[in-house]
Design a protein around this ligand. Structure first.
Ligand SMILES: [Zn+2]
Length: 258
């Protein structure tokens, strides 16, 4: 049984996704990162929700730039990865692996999910069935490895594989069309993937984006999560019995050049 959460998603900057999560029982409300202040403040105004928390996934500018203005205007508490250090000077609560964060009565477990960058954390709201993956896992893709080695990102992604199919994945960017093109190149005979890419194109035409995704959809269509499948090993010229980590590394490097 999952608990009720109200969610609002919206575009920020060019392709960042703003996410507001609200606990209807207490009225507490969190923004996941603040890519840009204005769209977050506008979403708060439109919903009438009162921001209590800013949950930061990682220190990159396109995730933290709007924090000073939004914190000043709302007085929200800033929770950020301890490893981000002075890159998030507005931090009130520094968190790391295994910590619990509360947004009203909604609890999130903090996972350290390095690979995209060393300080990256994921917020796992188990009772709500929501995972806020930042730039670790995307719809049909995964983050770039900016602070490797790539095996680190693979180990971070493996943690998501323990989550049930129904879990909703909120990621930090809408890269679905570019990710879909690569996914089709790597996994061309996957019917579920072809249907998903068609759905993504339809959504884009209607001004929507495919966020949230679900773990079930990602497991069936995301080539990086499918690194253990022989068909993905073959697509990077490795044998069927290759270690999924090796397949992942080859796929990630192919995507970087794609
Ligand atoms: Zn990033």
């Amino acid at each position: 049984m999952t608990v009720d959460v109200e969610v609002r998603t919206f575009l920020c900057r060019k392709d960042n996704i703003g996410v507001l999560l609200r606990d209807p029982r207490t009225g507490a409300c969190a923004t996941i990162d603040v890519p840009e202040a204005a769209p977050v403040l506008r979403a708060l105004e439109e919903t009438g929700w009162r921001l209590t928390d800013i949950l930061v996934t990682h220190r990159h500018g396109d995730h933290v730039e709007g924090i000073p203005e939004v914190k000043a205007k709302t007085g929200a508490t800033v929770t950020a990865p301890r490893k981000a250090g002075s890159a998030v000077p507005e931090v009130d609560v520094a968190v790391g692996e295994g910590d619990t964060v509360k947004v009203g009565s909604l609890a999130a477990e903090v996972w350290e999910t390095p690979g995209h960058c060393n300080d990256h954390v994921t917020y796992w709201f188990a009772e709500a069935g929501i995972v806020c993956a930042g730039d670790t896992l995307f719809t049909l893709g995964c983050g770039r490895v900016l602070e490797g080695p790539p095996a680190t990102l693979w180990r971070s992604l493996e943690r998501f594989s323990s989550l049930p199919d129904t879990v909703k994945v909120y990621s930090g960017h809408d890269y679905v069309l570019a990710n879909g093109r690569f996914a089709l190149a790597a996994d061309p005979d996957n019917a579920a993937l072809r249907a998903r890419v068609a759905e993504a194109e339809r959504a884009r035409g209607e001004g929507r984006f495919l966020i949230p995704s679900t773990m079930g959809e990602e497991r069936a269509t995301n080539p990086f999560l499918r690194s253990g499948e022989p068909v993905l090993a073959h697509s990077v010229s490795l044998s069927s019995d290759s270690n999924p980590e090796q397949v992942f590394i080859a796929l990630r490097s192919w995507k970087d050049r794609f």
